[in-house]
Design a protein around this ligand. Sequence first.
Ligand code: AP5
Length: 223
Amino acid sequence: MSQLNLILMGPPGAGKGTQAERLTEDFGLPYYATGDLLRAAVREGTELGREAKKYMDAGDLVPDEVVIGMIVEALGTDEAEDGFLLDGFPRTVPQADALGRALEQLGRRLNGVLLIEAPDEEIERRISGRRVSENGRVYHVEFDPPKTEGVCDVDGSALIQRDDDKPETVRKRLAVYHEQTTPLIAYYEDLGLLHSFDGSPPPAQVYEHLRATVSTLRREDEA
Ligand code: AP5
């Protein structure tokens, strides 16, 4: 059975969520985004959500053991049996090691790590204009506006700005990315899994490159 086990990586606001929507639709992959899972826990007011919110609002990473537990649980489900797309995980070397161990135990391997890159100034512009629906559908007031201002095209819910999208929090998140997540670029490069993409062009153009690479990875896996 062919499996496509993929990671989407990149700085905050690089366009991971935007591209994930297209990838999951075209390739039928279950999608696990730690940021979305954590925000759902915050909305539901669970103990995990209350604890995670403190870190998220400060632009810090939630402790490794919390997110590792969430992802290991998701990968063990029937839904993820034929493949998955991870977004926002792993974000630290201990998380990447834990993912490697979990996949080994399941007798599986990663097919590729898709890194979307964008300069810090562009990221600040993008995040300041980002609006999201209750279900996590992503818009941008200028680059990708909804048909009706402030309303989600898909489910009609009101669009809001994320609590961690304030300029000072975005700068902190970028610093955390450079310090704690960029070591994973060399980590996956050494494993021969890294594929880098320029996230600066418009979303459709970025997607063409991603789609071509993922199609190749799938053909290689089926061969
Ligand atoms: P998370 O939700 O993962 O946030 P992030 O990585 O900071 O990424 P974003 O969701 O901000 O950006 P994106 O790359 O998806 O960009 P988007 O497509 O929306 O994490 C949030 C927090 O949760 C973390 O800070 C941490 O506290 C915690 N957390 C999560 N995972 C964790 C982990 N593994 N360990 C510990 N803690 C964890 O695009 C951005 C905007 O730009 C949108 O408005 C979009 O419309 C627009 N846009 C997208 N592409 C383009 C383009 N090509 N051109 C123009 N505009 C574009």
